[in-house]
Each structure stands twice: as structure tokens, then as C-alpha cells.
Design a binder for this molecule. Structure first.
Ligand code: HAX
Length: 436
């Protein structure tokens, strides 16, 4: 058994009694109450999910296994010659809670390398889709089409699989799938936008390096890929993508169904697609401005026009956060260091200045500050990835790291089928004391 899996097994066995005790001895302890506003309003803030992999504090931002983003970027082992940590090391941390050594990262990277080749039938299938298919639809279709590879589904069907062992074959599915996502993403990119001039994986490279290689983009794009995948990996389990993955897996659907569904949730403009929408929005402004950066007054007018047109300003606001997203801040730092004079960065910087006061003045958004998606397209654009309808695929590769880690732990701790209870409008009226 590979060392990561052995370590995970120990962690799982040590953790299980905590969950069992809470359920058996303290199952009736109340932790929250639900209001009518939360019931109609998308279950906002109701505490009813458990994950130990990441936690989102509204005022601090995300912590992965209790580490902030700056701590992670400092402590995780770095790829040689690069500024950014190995993605494989982050996955190790998400699964075990421990910062890996260089040797431990190498073992995970070797595991990924040995599992990275996408089956030919998937590439053939992608090549038969219409060229104007959205990259996210292609990505999701490719993942679900690989479901026949699921080790967990095969073992479950064969019978005799014990509930406490579900996590083991789920772990195998997670590694098999994660290892293939960079090749899948890069294949979709080069097939759709580069005349199907496909670049094969290089078995010597780590996940970020290999992705940059297959995309055909030179250094330091390998570091950009590493940063991007790490920043997007998890945002606790209540957001649409993470929650969708968890929900599907709770029916004991395998990793391929779960991750395909999580990609579908990520593809909405209020969630991951916002990074594409930000670029589309800025392009609209650029077209109107004939390419020149607008003045502050002109930019304010564009923002108000968007709001008056009944649209949201993409890249701003958040369902949980109440400050500037630290994932935005990490990317902004990267921009200040590597592309301070980039015109698109100047646009985004200007938006950072003008949008929050406007959203505050409008008085609707609970959080006027930028989220991760406001900044991410700038870096991609600068390094030559200008096809912005592809950006959410990058987000999806990163998010899969956190969602697969969560699903493995869901299985390890035996989390059951998810099934919240619905009520009718008449019941709510009765609760409110206004029943006719
Ligand atoms: N522009 C304009 N209006 C906004 C807004 C924005 N950026 N953010 C919130 N609002 C509005 C909402 O549409 C809502 O209006 P209505 O009452 O008329 O429906 C009101 O303010 C209250 O919303 P909220 O409680 O502050 O925010 P929600 O929890 O409902 O939604 C969203 C959170 C992120 C979806 C929201 O802020 C938004 O639409 N932002 C723009 C899209 C975006 O950037 N999405 C990416 C978020 C990060 C992420 O998940 N990435 O994957």
C-alpha cells in the first residue's frame, strides 16, 4: 500500500471514534436554528454540514486544514526553480492534515504520474463533440464517460464490500481521476482552440509543470497553474460545487458521477463561471473605450450601467465572505510582482477601487468586496490564455482536489445519504402565524 494511503488509514481509524461519540452521546445537542428567510433563501448560513478539510471564516477567509493561504504558500514544499508549492503536496495536506516532506510529495507525484494517461476512448469522444460545445460541458462529459473505470463501483457491484472499507476504493478512484484532469483539460483546450494540435503528457513533470507543458505555455505558467489549482482547491463544503459533489456521493454514486456533477455546478455564472464573466465584462468595457483604460468616472458609469441593466457585477460579492477574498489577494500579489504594468491588471485594479463603494451605495450586496474570480483571468490572459470560456475548467481541476478529499473522508466516516426536509408555503405561513 502506498505511504499516503497507509497514513490516511491511520488517520481515519484515529478519527472515527470522535464522530461515533458525537453521534451516539450528543446527537440531540442543538447547534443552530432555521428561519423562514434561510429556508426560502438558499439555506444561507445554516450549520448542517461537517468537513475538517477547510473552513471559511467570513472575516478571515479560507483556511485549509487550519493553514491560511500565505502559510500554505510558505510551508508546502516547492517545485525546483519555482516560487509555488507542488499541487501534490497540497492534496497530501488536504487528505491527512499534515504538511508533507519533499519525499512524501514525490511519492504522491509518482502516484499521479503512473495514473495520468486518459483512455483513448475519452479523447475520441471529445473529438466528436461540436467545436462550439462549452469547455465545461466537454469536461463534465469526459469525466462521467470514464465512470466505467470506477474501482469502487466495480467492487460494490461484485458484493461483499464492507461500509467501513468504502473509502479505500474511493481513494483509488480519486487518485485515478485527479491524475487525469490536467491532460483532459489541456486536451479540451488544444482541441478546441489550437486546431487539435495535441501535446502529450511528459511523465517527468509534476502536475502543474505537466499541465503547462500540455497547454503549450512556457514558464512561469507552471507556477501559475500550481498557484491556481491550490487557491481553488476547496472552500468548505457548502458552496455549490463542493456541496454538489458531496450530495451525489452521499447516494453512494462513485467519484466519476460526483465530480462530473460538481463540475456542472461550478459552471454557473454565480459560481465558477464568474471568472469568464469578469473577462467578458471587461472586454465589453475595452471595446467601448477603444482599448484605453477608462478614467475612474467612466468606470463608475460602466458599473452603474451594469447594475441598472439588472445584472450583477461579476467577481464581487460572496455568500459567506465579508472582506476581500484572500484568494484574490494572493493573485493580486502575484500580479504586482510579475505583471504590474499589464493593461488588464490596471482595469481590474481600477474595479477594485470603484466597485465596492458603488455596491455599498446601492445597498443590496452583503459583501461589496472582490472574490477570487475578479482577478484570476488577468494572470491567464497575460500568459497567453485568452480564450476565457476555458477559465472555469482551470477552476474545476483545482476544485476537484478538495472535493475528492472530502468525499474520501465522507466515506471513511460513514456519512449517510443526504436528505433535508421540505415544507410547503402554507406550512411556513402557519409557522409565521398568518395562515388564512
Ligand atoms: N453585483 C450586483 N448585485 C449583487 C452582487 C454583485 N456583485 N452581489 C450580490 N448582489 C445582490 C444580489 O444579487 C442580491 O440581490 P437581490 O436581493 O435583488 O436578489 C443581493 O445583492 C443580496 O445578495 P447577497 O446576499 O449579498 O449575495 P448572495 O449570497 O445571494 O450571492 C453571489 C452571492 C456570489 C452569488 C453574489 O455576490 C453575486 O452574484 N456575485 C457576482 C457573481 C460572482 O462573482 N460569483 C462568484 C462568487 C465566488 C465564487 O463562488 N466563485 O466560484
Amino acid at each position: 500500500m502506498a505511504k499516503l494511503k497507509e497514513k490516511l488509514k491511520e488517520k481515519i481509524e484515529a478519527w472515527r471514534p470522535r464522530t461515533t461519540r458525537l453521534l451516539k452521546e450528543f446527537g440531540n445537542v442543538k447547534i443552530d436554528e432555521v428561519t423562514i428567510e434561510q429556508c426560502i433563501g438558499g439555506m444561507r448560513d445554516i450549520k448542517c454540514l461537517v468537513t475538517d478539510i477547510s473552513y471559511l471564516d467570513p472575516h478571515e477567509g479560507i483556511r485549509f486544514r487550519n493553514f491560511t493561504i500565505p502559510e500554505l504558500l510558505e510551508k508546502l514544499p516547492k517545485a525546483p526553480g519555482g516560487e509555488m508549492p507542488y499541487v501534490e503536496g497540497l492534496f497530501y495536506l488536504l487528505l491527512t492534515g499534515d504538511i508533507p516532506t519533499k519525499e512524501e510529495v514525490k511519492e504522491v507525484a509518482d502516484e499521479f504520474k503512473s495514473r495520468q494517461k486518459v483512455p483513448q476512448y475519452i479523447l475520441d469522444m471529445l473529438g466528436k463533440l461540436p467545436k462550439d460545445s462549452h469547455p465545461m460541458a466537454m469536461f463534465s462529459a469526459a469525466i462521467v464517460a470514464m465512470q466505467r473505470e470506477s474501482v469502487y463501483a466495480q467492487k460494490y457491484r461484485a458484493g461483499g464490500l464492507k461500509k467501513l472499507d468504502y473509502w479505500d476504493s474511493t481513494y483509488e478512484d480519486a487518485l485515478n481521476l485527479l491524475a487525469k484532469l490536467p491532460q483532459l483539460g489541456a486536451f479540451i483546450y488544444r482541441w478546441k482552440y489550437k486546431n487539435a494540435d495535441i501535446i502529450d503528457p511528459d511523465p517527468k513533470l509534476d502536475m502543474g509543470g505537466n499541465f503547462a507543458h500540455m497547454m503549450g505555455i512556457k514558464k512561469p505558467y507552471d507556477d501559475v497553474a500550481r498557484l491556481y489549482f491550490i487557491l481553488h482547491s476547496d472552500h468548505e463544503s457548502g458552496n455549490v460545487s463542493a456541496h454538489t459533489g458531496h450530495l451525489i456521493a452521499s447516494a453512494l454514486s462513485d467519484m466519476y458521477y460526483s465530480i462530473s456533477g460538481m463540475i456542472d455546478g461550478l459552471a454557473g455564472p454565480l459560481h465558477g463561471l464568474a471568472n469568464e464573466e469578469v473577462l467578458r465584462w471587461i472586454q465589453g468595457v475595452m471595446d467601448k473605450m477603444g482599448g484605453k483604460v477608462p478614467t475612474e468616472a467612466e468606470m463608475k458609469q460602466f458599473v452603474w450601467d451594469t447594475l441598472k441593466g439588472g445584472q450583477v457585477v461579476p467577481g464581487f460579492g460572496h455568500a459567506v465572505l465579508r472582506k476581500t477574498d484572500p484568494r484574490y489577494a494572493a493573485q493580486r500579489e502575484f500580479c504586482l510582482k510579475h505583471l504590474p504594468n499589464d493593461p488588464l491588471f490596471k482595469y481590474v485594479d481600477l474595479l477594485y477601487k470603484v466597485v465596492p463603494p458603488i455596491l455599498l451605495e446601492q445597498g443590496k450586496a452583503k459583501n461589496p468586496w472582490p472574490n477570487v474570480d475578479a482577478q484570476s483571468g488577468v494572470i491567464q490572459w497575460y500568459y497567453g490564455l485568452k480564450e476565457y470560456d476555458f477559465y472555469t475548467v482551470l477552476f474545476g481541476i483545482g476544485r476537484a482536489l478538495g472535493v475528492t478529499a472530502n468525499i474520501i473522508w465522507d466515506r471513511a466516516l460513514g456519512y449517510p445519504l443526504e436528505r433535508p426536509k421540505s415544507v410547503t408555503t402554507a406550512m411556513l405561513e402557519a409557522d409565521a402565524g398568518i395562515a388564512s
